[in-house]
Design a protein around this ligand. Sequence first.
Ligand SMILES: NC(=O)c1ccc[n+]([C@@H]2O[C@H](COP(=O)([O-])OP(=O)(O)OC[C@H]3O[C@@H](n4cnc5c(N)ncnc54)[C@H](O)[C@@H]3O)[C@@H](O)[C@H]2O)c1
Length: 369
Amino acid sequence: MTEHRIVSVELGARSYDVVVGDGALEASGHRIAALCPNGRAIVVADEAALAHHGQTLRRTLEAAGLKLELISLAGGEAAKSWDSVRSLTDRLLELGMERGESLIAFGGGTIGDLAGFAAAITKRGTGFIQIPTTLLAQVDSSVGGKTGINTSAGKNLVGAFHQPGLVIADTSLLTSLPVRELRAGYAEILKAGLIGDARFFARLEAAGTHGLSGTGLVDAIADAVAFKARIVAEDEREGGQRALLNLGHTFGHAFEAEATRGAIVHGEAVAVGMVLAFDYSVRLGQCSKKDADHARKAIAAAGLPTTPAQLGGGPYDAEALVARMASDKKNTGGAITLILARAIGETYIAPHADRSDLTEFLKEELKRQ
Ligand SMILES: NC(=O)c1ccc[n+]([C@@H]2O[C@H](COP(=O)([O-])OP(=O)(O)OC[C@H]3O[C@@H](n4cnc5c(N)ncnc54)[C@H](O)[C@@H]3O)[C@@H](O)[C@H]2O)c1
């Protein structure tokens, strides 16, 4: 067992810890129990995570003197639906869940987003604990309090800000994760470096594939979480700088919305989105080609796609992608807002993207292999 790292998300009275490490779950029973005052742990669990790590979860809760109330469902985007919210909140009310109790999410980002939203609206807000079981959820979605679901209009368009009281990122839960999912999560770690920490990015590059296991992975997760925690602490509700965390996401969400159902995963779309954001920054004369190529190389070295063709799930149409980008939450007055780069580790918010230029750019990018 490696030593655990504790990262604090500083939000005044709503501050909380993120415990990162191999075996962090079993070591955190007392922390969970402190947030479950009624002697029971109400857990919304991803079936796949439960099949592999249910024993660890049960052992931890039992040792902490908590009775398990388990609600399990299949993870994946389909879980982030009104139907899931309805059945989950019905079940929580049936259980007589009180505000002072904490709903525990045990799964990837989809289960975390769904459970967080249910916790935000049940009795106008119950407690909430995140035990993320995918790398993406450990480094990104479990921290920061964004929760929500998808609707026919797009991803994450309905939701609430609702901070967890505790996050436990246990790397031993990642052992069962398909390598494709692991890489997808790594894209979000690289994202932290690309957005605002060139030195972190250089460390990740130097660690190479060691960054995907052991202490290298614990450090990479903790550092990426600490980066996100700093931004969230300054701008919890995304009035400004927090939008930088969406690097690659405006492009990425458009691909996700247009792709053949189930063909791509979020982190892959973000990987391609980040490459496109750097390339578009070069086109606008904001970033050097050298830095954009450097970013592309690092993303490719992590085994991630860097072009829409490599991403799969197409064919894509540039106009349809731009129409999707126009419905992004960051936009104001119908104009598309992008997160662009001046260099590796230096990004900025670019409102009012030129739609026709963006369409031309994407037409060219869609031809790349
Ligand atoms: N709230 C936020 O701030 C935020 C940030 C980034 C992403 N997100 C959201 O996160 C979601 C993506 O999260 P994700 O990539 O974790 O996807 P996911 O929840 O769909 O999990 C990916 C797959 O891994 C399986 N799985 C989960 N844990 C496992 C384990 N330990 N072993 C084996 N299989 C396991 C799941 O069943 C699923 O099939 C998207 O909906 C995205 O919008 C939210």
